[in-house]
Design a protein. Structure first.
Length: 359
């Protein structure tokens, strides 16, 4: 049994890739038309071709694993020789769930970790519990609290999938004793009183002010408000309908009612296909936002993401039920929304503590 990657030159200078598969005495070919190599006329073409070849090699290894695993009740030789990061990248390239960005981020960190450890060619045959435990330490060094835990959760997801694909004879995760420690770092939020102070404070960019306050009363994340179009706004119906960037794969439309503040911020409608807000880069907007919060005398660390958290927390503080808040925020589950419940409960406790009476 063998699976070989073949190249065939085309008349226009491109190269077609295919798999030469020999199994049970029969030979067959599988073309990979989506991975056609360009005629290498510049550096960009060469880099692109290199990436395509890596993907083709990953597909070749997967095909070999599938064929060998169907014949033997053990991890195949192809699996033992498969480079972990190459297989993980192929897994990521075909991953369509909404946490795909986190999956790619943890893979990037694993690649960085292996580069530091000088193990960039690590195969499943050489992957052991000690390496994974060292990676856990690396994640905790690079991330805090929930960040490390969230990354490791996705890392385990990939390894479990590799085990099910029979790339490993045993599940190496069963031998990992190290746990990800730490709690999620609490995020600062702005109360309604602080938002009023902020709105009355001078700012370098009027457009950043409009967009930031709009996020505070609608819960839009940066990536969503940056690309928000006038066609998404129904001023007459006082409603906004969008597909959040994190839920594009599920094609879920979120309907958000617009209150008086949001309507005032929007003003007159613009061209349907044009952006509602003309904003700088994320770094530029956050820099302006930070200076604005400091100028307002608010001693909190606020980025654009904190504005969304402020919206969620203020909903709960004002007795909006969790299910409704979850729908307004566009959360997939109530688990995410419960964070705002905990934050609101803590703020209520602090407010109550301020009116203690000494007896």
């Amino acid at each position: 049994m063998s699976v070989t990657l073949r190249k065939r030159k085309n008349a226009n200078g491109t190269t077609t890739l295919m798999l030469d598969i020999y199994h049970d005495g029969k030979r067959s070919y599988e073309r990979l038309p989506h991975l056609q190599l360009a005629k290498p006329s510049n550096v960009g073409d060469r880099e692109s071709n290199k990436e395509l070849l890596q993907k083709a090699e990953s597909i070749r290894l997967n095909r070999a694993v599938e064929l060998e695993s169907s014949n033997y009740d053990m991890a195949s030789d192809a699996g033992k020789n498969t480079i972990v990061t190459v297989w993980m990248q192929a897994y990521m390239d075909n991953y369509t769930k909404k946490d795909n960005r986190i999956i790619q981020s943890v893979l990037n960190r694993f690649k960085d970790f292996l580069a530091i450890e000088r193990k960039t060619g690590l195969t499943f045959g050489n992957l052991d519990a000690l390496i994974i435990e060292d990676f856990i330490d690396y994640l905790q060094m690079k991330s805090t609290g929930e960040g490390a835990s969230s990354y490791y959760k996705r890392f385990k997801k990939m390894l479990k999938n590799a085990y099910r694909k029979r790339l490993m004879k045993v599940n190496v995760l069963d031998f990992v004793e190290r746990k990800v420690k730490g709690r999620a770092k609490k995020k600062d939020t702005l109360t309604l009183d602080e938002l009023k102070i902020l709105a009355a404070t001078a700012i370098e960019s009027g457009e950043v002010r409009r967009a930031a306050l709009f996020s505070c009363v609608t819960g839009l994340a940066w990536i969503d408000i940056k690309k928000l179009k006038w066609k998404d706004i129904k001023l007459d119906g006082r409603i906004m309908e969008i597909i959040r960037a994190k839920q594009q794969a599920d094609n879920v439309t979120v309907s958000i009612p617009l209150n008086d503040t949001a309507i005032t911020i929007l003003g007159e409608a613009g061209i349907p296909a044009s952006n509602v807000f003309k904003l700088p880069t994320a770094n530029g907007a956050n820099k302006t936002l930070k200076a604005w919060v400091t100028r307002a005398g608010i001693d909190k660390k606020i980025t654009w993401h904190n504005l969304r958290h402020s919206y969620g927390t203020n909903l709960i503080l004002n007795d909006v039920d969790v299910v409704t808040a979850s729908k307004l925020l566009g959360h997939a589950t109530l688990v995410q929304t419960n964070r705002y419940v905990n934050s609101a409960a803590e703020m209520k406790q602090k407010a109550t503590d301020k009116i203690n009476i000494e007896l």
